[in-house]
Design a protein around this ligand. Structure first.
Ligand code: 7TS
Length: 406
């Protein structure tokens, strides 16, 4: 993989921020977009913008082909059996909310358990809190190991015959931990529970095969994998989706509408009420083409190298605490002694280095780690070791600045 060729395909990277070359280390929040994706959106709006599934006119047919063609690209990308199992949503958050609101409310009752982990993103916590409150089910957390990973022993201790739903992130957006979701799915199924995977941080970086994982639902966002904002995917096994009620009602998702009741379209459209996210889906299709051309195995290997390099180099910074396991995806979360993470991010920004500071939408994890917030550098296929060197030298400056001034 030639990173300098890849960088040329991301026009946004070629700029200065605050008088320094931009070092973008915030791809876990959202990735940058290659020309191919920008061009696909441009082409759609310039040449065949139209609504889908209704008109018989030429542009309408082209838009429908683009939208449904993107669904097939997604199906292949995650190796689902059928496009009936691919529902376009606004993102991971919406996808997880659909499962909680539809499957959760219909299948849970008092005494049932929902099992998640302490490292989850808010979008894989709050929908379950809400469904637990509505149904009387109990929400339980799988504990973490000393180095902030999951152990299958603890998973086995937490999941019981009362567990009906297990929902776990594939890769942590804070710790970089890569969770053994295939093994967890096996344990969930042995207890008669379903397995949901939050794939927001895995699909951009590694090959995902939903049949191999044998998960029942899998959620992800386009904007973290070189695609546009506002598009994401809910994969669900057909036999489960068929039994579920839609959560949004209106145009597009109906078959017949009578005065007092209506019937729904077949899968996947019954879950896609209203004019769908046409441009977003077409952009996501272009992002998938791009990622497959580069090769997900190459992307993973590159990020693995960057993560190891970053762990080595960052450990040279005096007073740094790094969170998460050694074996990790391209995410490094840290704190510098006595310097607030927002101050770290502000000083780094003055040097052109973009990192995220805050609770990373994981307040229960922050509490677990006994911190209020952290700084986080996250890497993608376009990042380089030189950028990590820049991060480290800017951090050393930050540390010196705050040691001298305060
Ligand atoms: N799950 C995980 C693991 C995430 O990292 C995120 C977003 C989401 C769900 C929600 O995705 P959305 O596209 O629906 O918003 N994570 C982050 C982050 O780490 N920084 O900003 C957004």
């Amino acid at each position: 993989m030639n990173v300098s060729d890849i960088r040329k395909q991301f026009p946004i990277l070629d700029q200065e921020v605050n008088g320094h070359p931009l070092v973008y280390l915030d791809s876990a929040a959202t990735s940058q977009k290659p020309i191919q994706v920008i061009e696909a959106l441009n082409k759609y709006y310039r040449e065949y913008n139209s609504n889908v599934h209704r008109g018989v006119h030429t542009l309408g047919t082209m838009a429908t082909d683009g939208y449904e063609g993107a669904r097939e690209k997604v199906r292949k990308f995650i190796n689902a059996k059928s496009t009936e199992e691919i529902i376009f949503t606004r993102g991971t958050t919406t996808a997880l909310n659909i499962v909680a609101a539809s499957y959760g409310r219909a299948n849970l009752q008092p005494g049932d358990e929902i099992v998640i982990t302490y490292m989850e993103h808010h979008s894989n916590i709050i929908p379950w809190q809400q469904v637990a409150k509505a149904t009387g089910a109990t929400l339980k957390y799988i504990d973490l190991t000393e180095d902030h990973a999951l152990s299958l022993e603890t998973v086995k201790e937490t999941i019981t015959p009362d567990t009906k739903i297990v929902s776990v992130m594939h890769v942590s957006n804070v710790l970089g931990a890569i969770n053994p979701v295939k093994e967890i799915a096996k344990i969930a199924h042995q207890h008669g529970a379903i397995m949901i995977v939050d794939g927001a941080q895995s699909t951009p970086h590694m090959k995902v095969d939903v049949q191999d994982l044998d998960c029942d639902f899998f959620a992800f966002s386009g904007h973290k994998m070189c695609g546009p904002t506002g598009i994401g995917v809910l994969y669900g096994k057909k036999e489960l989706l068929e039994k579920m009620e839609p959560v949004e009602f209106g145009g597009e998702m109906i078959d017949f509408v009578n005065l007092y009741d209506s019937t729904w379209k077949e899968l996947p459209w019954k879950f896609e009420g209203g004019t769908p996210i046409i441009a977003g889906a077409i952009g996501l299709g272009a992002a998938i083409d791009f990622l497959e051309e580069v090769g997900l195995d190459n992307i993973l290997a590159h990020e693995h190298k960057l993560a190891n390099y970053a762990l080595d180099r960052l450990s040279e910074v005096e007073g740094i605490t790094i969170y998460g396991p050694k074996e990790r995806a391209g995410v490094v979360t840290f704190n510098l002694d006595d310097v607030h993470p927002h101050d770290v991010a502000t000083v780094l920004d003055a040097e052109g280095v973009a990192v995220r500071a805050g609770h990373h939408c994981a307040q229960p994890l922050m509490k677990y780690l006994n911190v209020s917030s952290t700084a986080r550098a996250s890497f993608y296929l376009y990042n380089t070791e030189e950028e990590i060197d820049q991060l480290v030298s800017s951090l050393i400056k930050t540390k010196e600045y705050f040691t001298n001034v305060f």
